[in-house]
Each structure stands twice: as structure tokens, then as C-alpha cells.
Design a protein around this ligand. Structure first.
Ligand SMILES: [Zn+2]
Ligand SMILES: [Zn+2]
Length: 268
């Protein structure tokens, strides 16, 4: 089975501590056939601050160095995890227009609304169920705007708020009751040739889970990538095999990697 990790971070992300070369060495050790680097580029950063410029030169240089060091042993692709585009689509377009040639773009949302300070979900230290449901509704509203813009290949970790409510705050939230909003998003992206990712979440609960994957598949969604969201070598390739099995169980026959923003399909 072809193994590709399509969501990884290096020192080109604020929260990454390892170079692309170090991460690629780990990918070879994990037996992967391919790794794609998807460092953060955000229109609003995790502190809720506007990002007015983005310098891509660090990513381009690290990518060249990683390919030089390991290119013969593993396929290495350059992508981006593009965050918070709905904040300012004009700026989002400008950042992407300035990018080096990219193979893959993840469209992500990480931040609470302005009403809640616009900070990253990871900064939440407490929440009750009513707050969490409202935050999920707001998140999906913004996701619909992101989907309508559509300048990316897959939606990243579609059920991301669950990572923070459940893993960090010990809650038991789900997206139950939000099926209509998810359907609306799927009906926007599927005809545009935009997919979703199955984020293996470094071995924790997959984002999204089985029920949401089933819903996407039932609506005709076929385009899906797999990524660990590794920020350290230890998690490169984490749970990719297991989640390939999950995809087969819910009726997917193929997963995708990307080449110059075009999907390449691999049998599951
Ligand atoms: Zn993310
Ligand atoms: Zn990420």
C-alpha cells in the first residue's frame, strides 16, 4: 500500500521545531513513500493578530535542502496549510500569488470568532457545552465561506474544534446536530473538485470521524488525503495505515496525493 503523509510541519511553522530535512529523514525511517510539507501560512495568526505579509523564502530554501538531502529515497512535495482565509480573501489571494510553485494547499480554520478574541482554539482553557456548540456553529459558518472561496485542494481537519474541546478540556463533543451545515459545505466543495483530509491527529481521534466521513462519501465525495499533522519527527506517518483501513471501511476506494495542485489517486 502506498504510504503518504500529507500534513506535516517544520520550523517554517511557528509551532514547528524540526527542519524539513529532519522530518523527511523520519518519513524514510517510517517507511513512507511520500511526504508533503504543509507549514502554516495564516491571514490571522494564533494570537488573533493580522498577518500583513508572508515571506515564502524560508520554506522554499528548506524544501530545496530536503530534496537535495533525501530526494532519491522518498518523494518530497511542497504544500501549505493556509489558515483563516475568510478574514481577508484579498490578502489570502495575494499570499498565494506570491508562493513558490506548490503541489498542495490545505484550507484550514483554527481561530475562534472576533466575539471570542479571534485566538486559536488551542488557547481555550475552559468551555461548557453551550459555548462549544456555539463555537462549532460559528466555525462551520466560516468554513462555508472558506469553501465558497475555494482556492485550496482539501479542507484541513474538518472537525478541528473537537481536538481542543475533547482532548484538551476533557469534554465529549461531537458534530451531531450539525449534519445540515456539513452537507451544505460538502455540496459546495464536491462539484469544485475540492476534497477533505483525514487528519490522523497524531494517533488521537481522527478528524473528521467515521460518521462525517460516511456523510461525505454518501454525498459523492471521493477526494481525500491522509495526514498526521506531525510537528515532530516522532509523529511523521503516525496512524496513516490504520486510517487507510478506516477509509476502506467507510467505502472509499482511493486516496489522493498531489502534484502541482492536481490529484494523483492511489488505491486503498
Ligand atoms: Zn491545522
Ligand atoms: Zn497542521
Amino acid at each position: 500500500m502506498y504510504l503518504a503523509d500529507y500534513h506535516t510541519h517544520s520550523t517554517c511553522s511557528d509551532d514547528g521545531k524540526h527542519t524539513m530535512t529532519e522530518m523527511a529523514v523520519a518519513a524514510v525511517a517510517a517507511g513512507l513513500d511520500e511526504i508533503c510539507f504543509t507549514d502554516h501560512v495564516d491571514v490571522v495568526n494564533w494570537k488573533g493578530e493580522q498577518t500583513m505579509e508572508h515571506d515564502w523564502s524560508g520554506a522554499a530554501a528548506q524544501f530545496a535542502a530536503a530534496r537535495e538531502a533525501l530526494g532519491g529515497r522518498i518523494k518530497i512535495q511542497l504544500g501549505v496549510e493556509f489558515g483563516q482565509a475568510p478574514e481577508n480573501f484579498e490578502r489570502a489571494d495575494r499570499f498565494l500569488n506570491d508562493a513558490p510553485p506548490l503541489d498542495f494547499i490545505i484550507g484550514s480554520l483554527h481561530n475562534l470568532t472576533w466575539e471570542h478574541g479571534r485566538k486559536d482554539f488551542s488557547t481555550l482553557t475552559q468551555a461548557d457545552e453551550a459555548f462549544a456548540r456555539r463555537a462549532i456553529a460559528d466555525y462551520l459558518e466560516e468554513m462555508r465561506a472558506l469553501a465558497a472561496w475555494g482556492r485550496f485542494n482539501v479542507i484541513g481537519h474538518l472537525t478541528l474544534p473537537l481536538r481542543y474541546f475533547n482532548e484538551n478540556l476533557g469534554m465529549h463533543m461531537t458534530f451531531d446536530g450539525f449534519e445540515d451545515r456539513l452537507e451544505e459545505i460538502f455540496r459546495i466543495i464536491i462539484p469544485k473538485g475540492i476534497g477533505i483530509e483525514l487528519n490522523t491527529n497524531r494517533g488521537h481521534a481522527p478528524l473528521p470521524d467515521r460518521d462525517v466521513l460516511r456523510q461525505y462519501r454518501a454525498l459523492g465525495g471521493e477526494l481525500i488525503t491522509l495526514g498526521s499533522d506531525a510537528h515532530t519527527p516522532r509523529y511523521v506517518g503516525c496512524a496513516i495505515r490504520d486510517r487507510q483501513r478506516l477509509l476502506r471501511e467507510v467505502g472509499f476506494s482511493y486516496f489522493a496525493t498531489y502534484e502541482g495542485l492536481e490529484p494523483v489517486y492511489h488505491k486503498l
